[in-house]
Write a protein that binds this ligand. Structure first.
Ligand SMILES: [Fe+2]
Length: 288
């Protein structure tokens, strides 16, 4: 019989994240995974501080949370040499080319690959090498964003759907994004339509679903002007909420978030330092 520490979650001041304590990556069973899943669903974001695990262990652990999703960048600069399941996020250069995805720049608030028909549910991000400062990651809850909406705004979006433009082409290159003039007819664009308020497939809670940018997004059935005005209000409300968890990374830290009910962003950092992260991503349901 396995003797082990009891797995517990220590909540931060923020409601969005808890530290998981007592989970042993070298030795766990289905019951332990169930506990982790319970806390992941409860908080939306969980953290394992100062782990010392291998890429193999990360892949093995991640597999318990769904099928792997390959990010477009994994087909390009973010591929891992021996683990195709891992997206390498790095600003280091090798032979004059980026050895990983994303560089050192800021990433603004988003959920991962929101423009997929079935956006991923889980993201498991592990710090391999971190700069002495900068590159912090911020998390917020889109449950809370929805629940705290002003009544009139909530009514205005009730039952609405949102169109998201696909920002990558098949090879993983960003093709339109912000360069696309907003006045163009959205119906000609390739993309997906999702509910603007989605119901989480496992918890049943409602969450606001804004994707990753208001550029290339349109609330179906509204005029462009009205849609833009409401999206601006929704973004403002969501990203200026008071409950944000800030992760200042140490090597070995793992953040595991649920894209169905959270958003995240990243600070830029000094490009003279190398920052390397390994991410695994697991599948989610089509938003309903
Ligand atoms: Fe992301």
């Amino acid at each position: 019989m396995l003797t082990r520490e009891k797995i517990t979650a220590i909540q931060h001041d923020s409601n969005v994240c808890a530290d998981i304590v007592g989970f042993d990556f070298d030795r766990y069973d289905e019951r332990d995974i169930k506990e982790v899943r319970k806390y992941w669903l409860q908080y939306g974001v969980i953290r394992f501080k100062h782990t010392r695990i291998t890429d193999d262990q990360q892949v093995k652990f991640s597999r318990h949370f769904g099928e792997f999703v390959i990010h477009p960048k994994q087909l390009q600069e973010g591929g891992h040499p021996s683990h195709p399941e891992i997206l390498v996020i790095s600003n280091s250069m090798k032979d004059g080319k980026p050895s990983g995805a994303m560089g050192n720049s800021e990433a603004t608030w988003h959920t991962d690959t929101w423009f997929y028909e079935r956006p991923p549910a889980g993201a498991i991000l592990r710090a391999i090498k971190v700069p002495p400062s900068g590159g912090d990651t911020y998390f917020l809850s889109t449950y809370i964003a929805y629940e705290t909406l002003p009544v009139a705004l909530k009514a205005a979006i009730d039952g609405r759907q949102i169109f998201f433009q696909n920002v990558y082409d098949k090879t993983g290159k960003i093709r339109l994004g912000k360069a696309e003039p907003i006045s163009r007819d959205f119906r000609e664009w390739s993309g997906v339509v999702h509910p603007l308020v989605r119901t989480h497939g496992e918890t049943g809670r409602k969450a606001l679903y804004l994707g990753g940018t208001s550029e290339g997004a349109w609330i179906v059935g509204m005029s462009i002007e009205e849609s833009n005005a409401i999206l601006a209000e929704l973004w403002d409300h969501t990203t200026n909420g008071s409950d944000v968890f800030v992760q200042s990374w140490d090597e070995g830290d793992i953040m595991m978030w649920d894209n169905r009910c959270t958003m995240h962003r990243r600070d830029s950092f000094d490009p003279s330092f190398v920052r390397v992260m390994h991410r695994t991503t697991t599948s989610g349901e089509r938003p309903i």
